[in-house]
Design a protein around this ligand. Structure first.
Ligand SMILES: Nc1nc2c(c(=O)[nH]1)N[C@H]1C(S)=C(S)[C@@H](COP(=O)(O)O)O[C@H]1N2
Ligand SMILES: [Mo]
Length: 451
């Protein structure tokens, strides 16, 4: 059996990490085998069959009856892996590229495997990646960060900081999601990808540590009354520059971060410095951050004047729509997975809003006719992923699973019909429509769209 092949009665790998074409190549025979094996195992147990089996009822229960090698031999020594890595049985859980999506892997995306993750924190090694011109492992001793003004009067003392300078300042640590504005962008007109990894995997959540940008601006004597915007500039060859409204900086939320999940940022995520802009689309979270300029108007850089704009139904483009509105998705069970048996399943997913905390998530099992309120798992933090769970008894008949989130501002996640009525079908960015997963009577789960 492949690594991580099944998780109780939900098969979670390897097919659910693959594309539709690859899924089609996976032998049907093995699916049938899996299905019949699980049905046979479950058949002997009545009632609360979900939780285990009678002792020693099935082959494979050796682990209970006989001492296993790991009980009768010496294990590995400490620090055999000086930097710990996941179990070899978990290798299928990996970030992946969508085949054919981009021509060049340096200007591309890898998607986080949301279908296999728990809680709200993304392990750093599974954080999605989006680079416009590849990633670098920059020597922190050679990295500099500068603050200056568009006009001299905006910043009294422009400064150049070393990483050590920044790490001497009082830090803050906060948990926030980052979502690429293009997440779910392939689904505007029709179903395009088979799994939640590809439909929603440009989403991750970490504890970030750094210095509020406001602290650094104050340190340079910035005129925070005259300032209306700042420009953030990355050190890579993509000339990534983004305008950020000063209110976000004044709130103290925007952070010049060096830490991610308790250690330094990973190179792929901007080591040694990145901007953290809670609630705002990923592109503004400038990586390998080298400069912030204080100004009084939007800069209309290439990545905000002609890219990261929303094509509206009337043919006009909307600019500077940066906030990631309230959104949610069921991650398990989800597209590409297969229910191997009827009965109890825990339905689990993620909800988030760029405007604050999640206040409620409803889940439907019949494509939006009836809804039940999901349980929100704590902590529920502002501009952070929130995990929700809801129990479900699958009766073996076709079903359509959906989640609909609401945030503390009262914003309710729209259906595809509602979103398209305003935004049309030709956008790329900011698709926060309700996701639907269809469960066939075979137990196979696929991506569908319900208006
Ligand atoms: N310097 C720089 N910053 C960048 C990018 C980039 O290519 N260069 N990509 C942006 C985009 S479009 C996104 S979605 C996020 C992705 O961050 P991640 O790779 O850490 O997931 O970084 C943003 N910051
Ligand atoms: Mo992005």
């Amino acid at each position: 059996m492949d690594a991580g092949a099944s998780n109780g009665r939900l098969r979670r790998a390897p097919e659910n990490f693959l594309t539709a074409e690859q899924i089609a190549l996976v032998g049907k025979g093995r699916r049938d085998f899996l299905r019949s094996t699980f049905l046979a195992a479950a058949a002997g147990v009545a009632g609360a069959a979900a939780l285990g089996r009678p002792a020693a009822a099935a082959e494979g229960d050796d682990a209970i009856l006989k001492p296993q090698p790991w009980a009768t031999s010496l294990g590995q020594p400490v620090a055999a892996n000086p930097y710990g890595v996941p179990s070899k049985y978990e290798r299928a859980l990996a970030r992946r590229q969508s085949p054919g999506l981009t021509q060049v892997a340096a200007a591309s995306v890898s998607f986080a495997p949301l279908q296999g993750m728990f809680g709200i924190i993304t392990p750093s090694g599974l954080h999605f990646e989006r680079h416009h011109q590849g990633w670098y492992d920059i020597d922190p001793a050679k990295h500099r960060f500068m603050v200056n003004g568009a006009r001299p009067e905006f910043v009294k003392t422009p400064k150049v900081y070393t990483l050590d300078d920044i790490m001497r300042l009082p830090p803050v640590s906060r948990m926030h999601f980052i979502e690429c504005g293009a997440n779910t962008g392939m689904e505007w007109g029709n179903v395009a990808v088979p799994t939640v990894q590809y439909s929603h995997g440009m989403l991750s959540c970490s504890e970030f540590t750094g210095v509020p940008l406001r602290t650094l601006l104050e340190d340079c004597g910035a005129d925070l009354k005259a300032a209306k915007y700042v420009l953030a500039e990355g050190g890579d060859g993509s000339a990534m520059t983004r305008t950020i409204p000063i209110e976000l900086v004044l709130s103290g939320e925007v952070m010049v971060a060096y830490g991610q999940n308790g250690e330094m940022l990973r190179p792929e995520n901007g080591y040694p410095l990145r901007l953290v802009v809670p609630g705002v689309q990923g592109v503004s979270w400038v990586k390998w951050l080298r400069r912030v300029e204080v100004g009084d108007k939007p800069y209309a850089t290439k990545d905000e004047a002609v890219h990261y704009i929303d094509l509206m139904p009337d043919g006009q483009h909307r600019q500077y729509t940066s906030i990631q509105e309230c959104k949610s998705v069921i991650t398990s069970p989800s597209g590409g997975q297969m229910l191997l048996d009827k009965g109890y399943f825990n339905v689990s997913g993620l909800a988030w809003s760029g405007r604050g905390k999640i206040s409620r998530v409803d889940v439907s099992f019949d494509g939006g006719v009836n809804w039940v309120e999901a349980t929100l798992q704590t902590p529920i933090l502002s501009k952070c992923l929130t995990r929700f769970n809801v129990p479900w008894n699958w009766d073996g008949r076709p079903a359509v699973l959906q989640s609909r989130a609401m945030d503390e501002t009262g914003f309710v996640q729209p259906s595809y019909g509602q979103l398209r009525a305003v935004r049309g079908t030709r956008s790329i960015y900011h698709n926060n429509a309700i996701q639907s997963w269809k469960v066939a009577d075979s137990g196979e789960i696929s991506n569908v769209q319900i208006l």
